[in-house]
Design a binder for this molecule. Structure first.
Ligand code: GCW
Length: 677
């Protein structure tokens, strides 16, 4: 149940609350999110207040909670004030024994219901009357679940919580209970779409047995207002269809995808759309056939167009993973803008471009992807990662909203106008109808969903931020904590303090000053391995040698990357003096003895930061002890185990990285700790 436990409130709190006498869920059909909302409310109030309310679909004048769409509400005599609801938005009014939850659509009514339940579960009985609209229309999750071959059991790329809840043995699983529970969690935080299979897509998903299976997945999620889409493999016409080409302009290929789209629509009438990774990491794509990336995206856009409002999410993660480090100007970070800049305006209107938050790959610190500043006639979707691929893989506590908010609040200053990333991905800045959020979540069959109870705050916060990116990261965390572990102040304070310390600590003991996550980048992306960054074609280079370190991404002397930003931002990054310390080595190649704004040298900062970060992680097990006895032993012990592990692993990180740079630079630690242990 994650944060939807509906644990009973203490008796005195229950007594003080006035809960209406019944539930009226208008819009009756059993697959309707409004029907679901009625059932969920019944369940929640039973758990929280031990009250067994009757659910009907007939309006009453008596004390009740009424849930419905604007249309259903007003046509049955309900009156609303002047409100301006956008797609999926809701009106929530709580007054004495009368509660009204009115959605712009059925999904909105369900979201409003979850909002009301969240208040009840936190013992918040304030009277309110307000409207709430999502910041952006697209609020999706991406699962990287593989369609493995027969005999394997649903592996997940970069998944750290057991096998897939969707797939096993190359098929869609029979029992989809967990799938509908997942949709319930998504709905409770306002998420409205999902891509169920890995972007490194297996063509077998499109065979006839699996098409029917996809229909079943969509059926399981529909009552929760979650629409399903899939990742496509660009080469499918060749590999599955036995055509001789996958050229996006070939008539046979166009026909083939058209047939697939029809088939998909037959099984999933409210199909959400397709996610496409093409010409990335040596995979095929339109460039293979000398066509543009826009030709590739539009191929799918036209195939699905006749069947409703499905969309194409075309990933901007297009780059060559075999670049040559001996070329000082080679830079993987340049790739997205180089590939997409001239395509703005060439995509069909049902295409959006999905852009990872930084130009490389979900590192502990990256500058904002400059591509967000280049697509003015195309919707942008930001790709975040809840699954902690580079950030400790859920074995480490790293609360991510502070990182995400740093990105979302960044001002790209396009055309010298305020251009916050969050206003670009809401569609507002460039007037785009389609825009929004996608996060790689990768839940698995582990009963905790993500393998670690505390990692769930990231999933919860993702939905909350996609709905309202200006929400405060601490208050989101407090809501999550109360819903998950209860309202004791000691629990809230402990989890808040540890969580808010966790990203800075992780940055400090893994990779600071913008050097990136110094992990094993050619392997599992886990644990320290700074020597893996350089000397290969992946382009996550540090260019560290005996005297100096960092990527020169300036225009005047480096890869030119800083010139991909608007003039004001570019000028800031171009100059070593105005580049913030936390991105110094991302943008500049400097001697280890270079002074930072703090007055420390780069190398001494490295040493100190690794000690500081590890020291913070060392306090986590002790901090956690404050909640002993306040939560159940099972969850207490499971979290304690992970935190103990993190504290130890942080030391491994600290020493591995510090030793590595000490050996490389031969510069002694002023405090004489490095190399001596
Ligand atoms: O960096 C890579 C990850 C891959 C992932 C890829 C992507 C799904 O290591 O595991 O593939 O990014 O985002 O496409």
């Amino acid at each position: 149940d994650a944060w939807l436990r509906y644990a009973a409130l203490p008796c005195d709190v229950q007594k003080a609350a006035s809960i209406p006498a019944g539930i009226v869920a208008l819009n009756g059909s059993e697959t309707s999110p409004v029907f679901t909302a009625g059932q969920e409310l019944h369940k929640g109030i039973l758990g929280i207040h031990h009250k067994d309310l009757v659910v009907t679909n007939t309006p009453t004048n008596g004390s009740s909670i009424t849930i419905g769409t604007v249309d259903a509400f007003t046509s049955t005599g309900g009156a609303l004030p002047e409100i301006d609801l956008k797609g999926d938005g809701f009106w929530l009014s709580i007054k004495n024994d009368s509660v009204q939850i009115v959605g712009q659509n059925e999904r909105g009514a369900l979201y409003g219901t979850f909002q009301y339940l969240s208040m009840l579960a936190q013992g918040n009985f304030t009277e309110v009357a307000y409207e709430s609209n999502p910041s952006a229309p697209i609020r999706w999750v991406n699962q990287w679940d593989n369609m493995d071959d027969t005999g394997t059991h649903g592996s997940i790329e970069r998944g750290y919580a057991g096998p897939s809840i969707f797939f096993a043995d190359g098929l869609i699983v029979e029992d989809l209970t967990r799938v509908s529970q997942y949709a319930r969690l998504m709905a409770s935080i306002g998420l409205n779409g999902i891509i169920v299979n890995n972007v490194n897509a297996n063509v077998n998903l499109l065979n006839s047995t699996n098409m029917a299976g996809l229909g079943r997945i969509a059926d399981a999620m529909r009552p929760w207002g979650v629409r399903m889409g899939i990742s496509l493999n660009f080469d499918s016409p060749r590999t599955l269809g036995k055509l001789t080409t996958a050229d996006p302009l070939d008539e046979g290929v166009i026909q083939w995808w058209g047939d697939i789209a029809t088939d998909l629509h037959d099984h999933v009438p409210d199909f959400a759309g397709v996610l496409v990774k093409a010409n990335s990491e040596s995979q095929p794509g339109p460039l293979t056939y000398n066509r543009t990336l826009a030709d590739g995206a539009n191929l799918f856009a036209r195939a699905i167009k006749p069947h409703g409002d499905a969309i194409v999410m075309f990933r901007a993660f297009v780059y060559d993973n075999k670049i040559n480090q001996t070329n000082w100007k080679a830079d993987r970070a340049n790739a997205a803008v180089d590939f997409f800049r001239d395509l703005d305006g060439k995509f069909d209107d049902n295409v959006v471009v999905q852009i990872k938050y930084g130009p490389i790959d979900f590192q502990v610190r990256e500058p904002v992807s400059p591509l967000f500043g280049h697509l003015e006639q195309t919707g942008s979707v930001i790709e975040l990662q809840v699954t902690q691929e580079y950030l400790g893989q859920q074995c480490h506590l790293v609360y991510l909203p502070p990182l995400w908010k740093t990105i979302l609040n960044f001002d790209m200053k396009v055309d010298n106008k305020p251009s916050l990333v969050r206003d670009i991905v809401s569609g507002e800045r460039f007037n785009q109808k389609l825009a929004g959020y996608a996060a790689v979540v990768n839940v698995g069959t582990n009963t905790t969903w993500l393998g670690n109870h505390l990692a769930m705050s990231n999933f919860y916060a993702y939905g909350r931020l996609a709905w309202e990116p200006t929400s405060d990261d601490v208050s989101i965390l407090e809501d999550w904590t109360r819903l998950t572990f209860g309202s004791d102040r000691a629990i809230i304070d402990t989890i808040t303090k540890m969580s808010m310390e966790s990203w800075p600590a992780h940055e400090n003991y893994t990779g600071n000053l913008g050097i990136q996550s110094l992990t094993d980048i050619t392997g599992p992306h886990y644990g320290p391995k700074p020597q893996s960054q350089d000397g290969n074609g992946w382009g996550q280079w540090t260019r560290a040698d005996a005297n100096s370190i960092g990527m020169d991404r300036t225009v005047w002397n480096g890869t030119g990357y800083s010139g991909q930003y608007s003039s004001e931002v570019a000028a800031m990054y171009e100059d070593v003096e105005t580049t913030p310390d936390d991105l110094l080595l991302w943008f500049h190649h400097v001697p280890y003895t270079q002074k930072l704004k703090s007055g420390k040298t780069v190398i001494q900062h490295f040493y100190d930061a690794h000690y500081d970060g590890a020291a913070v992680a060392q306090t986590f097990p002790k901090q956690w002890e404050a909640v002993k006895g306040l939560i159940d032993t099972e969850r207490y012990d499971e979290v304690a185990f992970r935190l103990e592990y993190q504290a130890g692993h942080a030391l491994v990180w600290r020493d591995a990285i510090n030793d590595f740079y000490f050996n490389m630079s031969s510069i002694k630690d002023e405090q004489d700790r490095v190399g001596n242990h």
